[in-house]
Design a protein around this ligand. Structure first.
Ligand SMILES: Nc1ncnc2c1ncn2[C@@H]1O[C@H](COP(=O)(O)OP(=O)(O)OP(=O)(O)O)[C@@H](O)[C@H]1O
Ligand SMILES: [Mg+2]
Length: 265
């Protein structure tokens, strides 16, 4: 697969001007996971914007060089930031990616794997390199997406995903916008709470038909297998209870709340 891909990449390089080609355009998610897991670490630097000590790490396998966002945070507190049983953990980045794939939205969340960094377990997340701006900047400059329908659809996907995972930290720096005006969802380290209610059902306006169908297929056995020990049983049960509420809410809204989002890439 990898050899095949590499020769395909060489062929593309011959005909596409290099400036327009990104590794992200040609590697499969599995190849990105493989790269993140095995590639050699070349250098790292701090990412200044955030609060959880995220590093921007350069990786290479000899052929391909690409960056990863590395988070090693694994914090659990009885009470913090108005939350009982607060947690902020790299494990949730990996779980969010795996869940995104199960829901058919793996084109909106970058691949993330578990890997040791300087003796500590961490998430290594694929760096999105064609970022145009984040949502903070878009709002500050009051820039409208050129295709409002597509933009709204991707925002609605995000709202459903965040209610499902009970994301406590969807701040606007965790919403990246690429050159094609597509939304990328990053930094899910404060998610997967045990609550069996939705954080805010009022944000749920519309849902992608395929995502709704995939939501319905989620069960405890599948999620336990996908997440391994990264997400606890009460956290999985909370997620499934919220899934039930989301499905019920959209079934009550009916056909008018459904849309069909085109797959990216
Ligand atoms: N995979 C990625 N691809 C591109 N840019 C990224 C990626 N991960 C992080 N960044 C950039 O680095 C910033 C900080 O990273 P991240 O959100 O992971 O850190 P944080 O410390 O948890 O931030 P927060 O303040 O949201 O808790 C992001 O807002 C984004 O601009
Ligand atoms: Mg962040």
């Amino acid at each position: 697969m990898r050899t095949l891909h590499r020769s395909a990449l060489s062929a593309v390089l011959l005909v596409v001007p290099f400036a327009f080609l990104h590794a992200a355009d040609v590697l499969t998610p599995e190849q990105k996971e493989d790269f993140l897991t095995k590639a050699t670490i070349k250098q790292s630097k701090d990412v200044n914007k955030g609060t959880t000590g995220t590093l921007r790490v350069t990786l290479t396998d000899g052929t391909l060089t690409h960056e990863a966002s590395v988070q090693a945070i694994d914090d659990y507190k009885q009470s913090f930031l108005n939350e009982i049983q607060f947690k902020d953990t790299y494990k949730d980045n990996i779980a969010a990616w795996k869940l995104a794939r199960l829901l058919g939205i793996g084109d909106m969340v970058p691949p993330s794997v578990k890997r040791t960094y300087q003796g500590k377990p961490a998430s290594f997340t694929w760096w999105i390199d064609n970022v145009k701006m984040d949502e903070t900047e878009r709002r500050a400059k009051n820039i409208e997406a050129p295709d409002k329908d597509a933009w709204n659809q991707e925002n609605n996907v995000m709202q459903v995903f965040d209610q499902l995972i009970y994301n406590m930290d969807r701040n606007q720096t965790n919403m990246l916008i690429d050159q094609g005006w597509h939304l990328w969802l990053i930094d899910h380290s404060r998610s997967f709470r045990t609550h069996k209610t939705l954080k805010d059902s009022s944000v749920l306006k519309a849902i992608d038909r395929n995502m709704l169908a995939k939501l319905k297929t989620l069960d405890e056995a599948t999620l336990t297998k996908e997440f391994g020990r990264d997400v606890s049983k009460p956290e999985i049960q909370g997620l499934l209870a919220r899934r039930d509420l989301i499905v019920k809410l959209f079934e009550a809204k009916g056909e008018s709340a459904l849309f069909d989002r085109p797959q990216r890439n």
